[in-house]
Design a protein around this ligand. Structure first.
Ligand code: ADP
Ligand code: MG
Length: 237
């Protein structure tokens, strides 16, 4: 469809953990073709929201729509088949497999042409020269890129990333920003949870601020950064 279509929408999405409401009746949407960043203080409910979208967690109340389809109650692997892909906070690579073998794992669930996709993906994540290196030998930044690559092999419509540059050097962070922007140029939509405001500024214009399980503010990065209430809750000022 066009570039103003809603790709992902949550309706009154709620997750309770005992007496704690981690996600509180959230109406949130992502438009096709955007890179949306989700920010907010520790414990705001960002990871919980992502895990509700992927199906790792099931909601206490509310619904999730993706590409017009109601995902609520669908298993994670079926959600992935509808075009959702995710990279969690810490790298989930297979340490004993090589870079190329890691990329082959998600590819096995598709009918995509393995040789072509492997070569393209290695090039994209800038690991062509390390194709035969074991994942355990990679730097933290290379592992994160490899895991993004594993998600990319599935050619998702929407890519969810939870803190993709956590623990990275300035150079590694710049590499990941460039990778996301190049995938975006090729039509991929992103929802990115991130703390690093420099990184958020590099990749995104629209930002959603979550606080205590609720959407606190939403808007262009310059407005969000200048907002005094956001600075108080998020930047601790
Ligand atoms: P964020 O990713 O924004 O730091 P989380 O989504 O991880 O926040 O957590 C939101 C709130 O939910 C926090 O108070 C956290 O302690 C709580 N929480 C998250 N996961 C669980 C769980 N599995 N059981 C109980 N409480 C949880
Ligand atoms: Mg988190």
């Amino acid at each position: 469809g066009g570039n103003t279509e809603t790709l992902l929408a949550t309706k009154a999405l709620t997750k309770n953990f005992g007496g704690l409401t981690a996600v509180d009746s959230v109406d949130f949407s992502v438009t096709e073709g955007e890179i949306r960043c989700l920010i907010g203080p520790n414990g705001a409910g960002k990871s919980t929201l992502l895990e509700l979208i992927t199906g790792q967690l099931s909601p206490s109340e509310g619904d999730i729509y993706f590409d017009g389809e109601d995902l609520t109650g669908m298993e994670t692997h079926n959600r992935i088949d509808t075009g959702l892909s995710v990279k969690f906070q810490s790298p989930h690579v297979y340490e004993n497999l090589t870079v190329e073998e890691n990329l082959q794992v998600p590819l096995q669930r598709t009918d995509r042409d393995t040789e072509t996709v492997l070569a393209e993906t290695l090039e994209r994540i800038d690991l062509t020269e390390k194709a035969d290196v074991r994942a355990s030998e990679l730097s933290h930044g290379e592992k994160q890129r490899l895991e993004i690559g594993m998600a990319v092999t599935l050619d998702p419509t929407l890519m969810l990333l939870d803190e993709p540059v956590a623990g990275m050097s300035v150079d590694e962070t710049a590499d990941v920003a460039e990778l996301i922007r190049s995938l975006h140029d090729d039509g991929m939509t992103f929802l990115v949870v991130e703390h690093d405001m420099e990184f958020v500024r590099r990749i995104s214009d629209q930002v959603t601020v979550l606080n205590q399980g609720e959407i606190f503010r939403q808007g262009p990065i310059e407005e969000i950064e200048a907002d005094e209430a956001v600075r108080r809750i998020y930047l601790g000022e």
